[in-house]
Design a protein around this ligand. Sequence first.
Ligand code: GLP
Length: 239
Amino acid sequence: MRIIRCKNYDEVSEVAARIVAAQVTMKPDCVLGLPTGSTPLGMYSRLIQKNKENKIDFSNVTTFNLDEYFPISRSNNQSYYYFMFENFFNHININKENIHIPNGETTDPEAECASYEAAIEAAGGIDLQVLGIGQNGHIGFNEPGDFLESTTHITTLTQSTIAANSRFFESIDDVPKKALTSGMGTILKSKKIIILASGKAKSEAVKSLLSGKITTQNPSTMLNLHKDVTLIADEDALL
Ligand code: GLP
C-alpha cells in the first residue's frame, strides 16, 4: 500500500482531488466509485472548483456511490442521495443519467443490490474507487464481523456506527439501522483505490489497516489484498 502523509485535512483533500482530476483527464469516460461522510467534503469542493474553472470535465464520467441507508427517502436530507446532490452533483457538469446510488426507497432490497452489482459490471467496473474509513475500520457500510459479504448487499449497522453517524440526525433513534452497501469484493475489483483518513478518531483503524494483518474485524484491512491502493492520511490519522 502506498501512503501519502499529509500535514492536515486540507492537504488530504487537495491530494485526493488531484488524483481524481488526473483520472478524469486520462480517461474522460472513466467510472468513479464515490464515498459519503465528512472526510471527502474537502475533495468534493475542490473538484467543483476545478470544474467551474474548466480544468476538469465530468460530462462523460459515470459514478457509483458506495452505499445508502435503508430504508430512507431520497428527499430525506440525511440520505446519501441528498448528500451527493447537495455537495457534489448539483454543482458539476455530470450527466445525471450516469449517476448511480443504491436506492434506499426500494421495497425489494435484495433485487436492488443484485441490479446495482450488475450495473457496475455492465459499466466495465470501477476505474478509481475513493474511500473513507469508519472509526471501527468499516468501508462503505461493510461493518466488522465474523465474515464479510463479497457483493452489494443489505447490512445491519453496528451500534458504534449508529452512534458515530447520529451527529447528523436529530436523535440517535432517527438513524436507520440498516444500509445497502457495495461488498468488499465489489470494492476490491476496482482498478485503483484511494482511501482518505483525517483526524485522531481514525488513528486506531488506520494503525490496524497498516499492520499488514487481514481481519474481518477491520474490513479496511482487506485492502491489503489489492495491488493499487493509496492511503492519503494526515498526521493525526497516522499517529
Ligand atoms: C459512513 C460511510 C462511510 C464513511 C464513514 C466515515 O458510515 N458509510 O463510507 O467512510 O462513515 O465517515 P466520516 O468521513 O464522516 O468520518
